[in-house]
Design a protein around this ligand. Structure first.
Ligand SMILES: Cc1cc2nc3c(=O)[nH]c(=O)nc-3n(C[C@H](O)[C@H](O)[C@H](O)COP(=O)(O)O)c2cc1C
Length: 206
């Protein structure tokens, strides 16, 4: 299988207070073939360099938004990034195919527990449903969308000792993506990418 270049667009407004995403960010930076961009660090005043971001997109095969869930959505800079970077003529519209065939998904953490993100749960919707605008953004721009890779109950993850395993799953997922070893059809059958990683990538070290 062909190897892929992976782009992680990381958005955390208070990274110094992060317990979960900080560690995912560090782990991703250490993997060959993965480019990690810290959007709030690079653009503290939200003056996003559109040409630079579009070039980054062209140069990668897998695009990942990594963020803590804020008000059931992304932190603001990822919305601004979409509004500015995904221009007509580049990402969509007549003859625009810069993103066609790329893979897109979200890697997120949420304070709420997993069972709160159900139709009969506290938050009424699943995480995949809440992220439908991003799923449709991927569809409109010709990207293949995968379900989110998510850690729930993020505020107690550290004291519960759940971060380490999640970071290890993240490493395996990124390495498999770089190596072109993620089976898209199988990965498409789960409601959270975590399940795919657990079932297919947590065996023996590759
Ligand atoms: C402004 C704000 C909005 C938040 N909104 C949500 C939310 O809608 N749903 C949720 O489950 N958690 C929400 N949280 C909790 C964060 O998702 C949680 O603290 C974060 O994922 C922890 O990751 P970190 O350790 O990397 O900061 C919110 C937190 C803040 C500060």
């Amino acid at each position: 299988m062909e190897s892929s270049k992976v782009l992680v667009l990381y958005a955390h407004p208070s990274p110094h207070r992060s317990e979960v995403n900080k560690q995912l960010f560090r782990a991703a930076k250490q993997i060959d073939g993965v480019t990690v961009v810290d959007l709030y660090h690079e653009y503290p005043t939200y003056h996003i360099d559109i040409d630079k971001e579009q070039q980054r997109l062209r140069e990668h095969d897998v695009i990942i938004f990594q963020f803590p869930l804020y008000w059931y959505s992304t932190p603001a800079i990822l919305k601004e990034w979409q509004d500015l970077v995904l221009e007509y003529g580049f990402a969509y519209g007549h003859d625009a195919n810069a993103l066609h065939g790329k893979l897109f998904f979200c890697s997120l953490s949420a304070g709420g527990k997993a069972d709160a993100y159900q139709s009969d749960g506290y938050n009424h919707f699943t995480i995949r449903q809440l992220l439908y605008p991003l799923e449709q953004m991927a569809s409109l721009t010709g990207m293949t969308y995968l379900a989110p890779f998510a850690l729930f109950g993020a505020r107690t993850a550290k004291e519960d000792g759940r971060i380490q395993l999640h970071v290890e799953k993240w490493r395996r997922l990124l390495r498999a993506l770089v190596a072109g070893q993620v089976d898209i059809e199988q990965a498409n059958q789960v409601d959270k990418l975590n399940h795919y990683v657990k079932q297919h990538l947590m065996g023996e070290e590759r």
